[in-house]
Write a new protein. Sequence first.
Length: 234
Amino acid sequence: METRLVVDNNSEMTEMSFSDHRPKNKIIRGVAIVLSYVFHPLFIPVYLIWLLLNTQAFMFGQFSPAEKMLALVRFFIMYSFFPLVTVLLAKGLGFLQSIHLRTQKERIIPYIASNIYYFWMCYVLRHQQEFPKEAVCLSMAIFIASSAGLMANIYMKVSMHAMAMGIMVAFVGMMALGEASNYTIYLSIALLVAGMVCTARMIVSDHTPAQIYTGLIIGILSLVVGIWADGILP
């Protein structure tokens, strides 16, 4: 049982007790922290395009090895580097108290800035015919999820990790259903990773189950909407 200071309905500070059932074991918490960093939302798009480049090389038939590496770098810059730099700059300028974005208010600037990067990447990929529709669908799903996350942030602090996991599971599931190659193993791995990461966020963050599940649903639905919007499936 722990005690926290909270603001009650009369706008007055009061002490309330909360039960914390999260594991206290340092090893478990350490593993949860590592998982949270390794499978951070900033890295998931890069992992997925890397998977596409290495398992569906025929989709990038016109790409040389150097061009494939350049595509991977482009995804890293737009989905990892720019959002990270934005958060660091906002923190340095005093707009954020922590780079961990622990409050809904702190997430507004990163969401808006990331939406700009994600929209631009989606727009560019849609107008470059050499990129397969699957990559375009992924970029669209990321933009949709980020936009939905910004709207949901008005009401609750939705887990960004869970949104990324939802997109990952839905994307790999789409590939498993639509491609002749055996994607069952990748889908199994995606489901395992999603379960581990969401559990890790329950252990080392202050997210509630509702915030985790909402993030998963937003991520999955964003990929579904992306498929429909881009016309990949009938």
